[in-house]
Design a protein around this ligand. Structure first.
Ligand code: SF4
Length: 379
């Protein structure tokens, strides 16, 4: 039995039961592949289930609003992917009768669908002869073929794609691709479980005892340490949230106004807009609280927050700045109830900020009550 058949049999017996594998629905495979580009299966499943319950097909996603899709993407990060998914659904509704196309050319014409996603959906849903290459598959191939180049560099991608194409089981490309991904996720791990591997006989790295030395990967880039300082700008029990497309973070979602600081901060992170200057002016006048740490792909973030009560004069200045028609500024804004922050600011950071602000409020009220008590007792 050739190794591709052994791999397929292993997959058919051992695959994890996953909702997007159930009926090879191209829409569900598309959604799952996009979600899996940023997180592992176990972490994305709850979000996937909720997303599919609300948007069970292309039409329902196309007829939704951007805000709602972002809400259902919460916790997955990279919100531009959610926005592109919706754009893709609108395109498919208008041009392909709400069906995911079955040719590579048409699939690549869908907004937000790149070569990896197109190949994955076409092979898994329609059994088209395309080999896919994700991080897990690269690791398996690098070991199986004793590939000694750095797999992170672009030239290696081409070479690995050729190896993936050669190794593809053309009778069953969809299951073969899933089998490769599953083998990488379950057996050919960073510390590989070679004794359980269906393609051990034939794996060159295993034969040479090099399986733990491969794949060779590029050095991880060190993360940039930064501080994100969020403002609770308050008026009449409402707080300001903004969507500003010119900033480095949260371009596509509403957020609390914020400043970015850090000793190694590149110039492109600076906000020289009038609104940025306004916040900078307020920075020394408020009490900053440390909210906690947050880590994303390229940044280690220290979160801080401060509350600023807007009087009439401040409010007028702020409204004037936010209403000015400077094209590069493009700030959308709304005033919301503080308790709606987690709903409006679709990032896990919002939960941390809200919790800290609630504690601060309790501390403020307690201190006010104790002062009152002292005064009453004295009277
Ligand atoms: Fe990976 Fe080991 Fe299987 Fe080779 S034998 S593919 S190193 S798990």
């Amino acid at each position: 039995m050739i190794n591709q058949d052994k791999l397929l049999n292993w997959f058919l017996k051992n695959q994890r039961k996953l909702p997007f594998r159930e009926n090879k629905d191209p829409y569900k495979i598309w959604i799952s592949e996009v979600m899996l580009q940023q997180t592992r299966v176990a972490a994305m499943l709850p979000s996937y289930e909720k997303f599919i319950l609300r948007f069970p097909n292309i039409t329902s996603l196309a007829e939704s609003t951007e805000e709602e899709v972002i809400q259902y993407w919460k916790g997955l990060g990279y919100y531009s992917r959610a926005i592109n998914l919706r754009k893709g659904a609108v395109y498919l509704k208008e041009n392909f009768n709400s069906k995911f196309p079955d040719s590579l050319e048409d699939a690549l014409s869908v907004p937000g669908v790149g070569p990896y996603t197109a190949r994955a959906v076409l092979s898994i849903a329609y059994n088209k002869e395309f080999a896919v290459l994700d991080g897990n598959v690269k690791r398996v191939l690098a070991r199986y073929f004793l590939f000694k180049e750095n797999i992170s560099i672009p030239s290696s991608h081409k070479a690995l794609q050729e190896l993936a194409d050669t190794f593809l089981n053309s009778k069953n490309p969809g299951d073969h691709n899933q089998a490769m991904m599953e083998l990488g996720a379950m057996v050919c791990l960073q510390a590989p479980l070679c004794m359980l591997c269906p393609i051990q006989k034939g794996c060159l790295a295993f034969e040479k005892g090099k399986q733990t030395e491969l794949p060779i990967m590029g050095k991880e880039k060190t993360k940039l340490p930064i501080e994100l300082k969020f403002f609770f700008l308050e008026k009449d029990e409402r707080i300001l949230v903004v969507k500003y497309k010119h900033r480095r973070f949260f371009k596509t979602i509403f957020t609390l106004p914020f400043l970015i600081e850090g000793s190694k901060l590149p110039v492109i992170y600076e906000d020289n807009s009038e609104f940025g200057k306004y916040l900078k002016e307020k920075e020394p006048d408020v009490d900053w609280l440390k909210t906690g740490k947050h880590s994303i792909t390229h940044h280690d973030i220290e979160l801080q927050q401060a509350r600023f009560l807007l009087d009439n004069k401040n409010l007028q200045t702020l409204e004037k700045i936010l209403s000015s028609k400077v094209p590069s500024l493009e700030i959308e804004r709304k005033w919301i109830r503080k308790e709606d922050l987690k709903l409006e600011f679709a990032s896990s950071i919002a939960g941390k900020l809200f919790a800290t602000e609630s504690q601060r409020k309790i501390a403020r009220e307690l201190s006010f009550t104790s002062k009152l008590r002292v005064r009453n007792e004295w009277l």
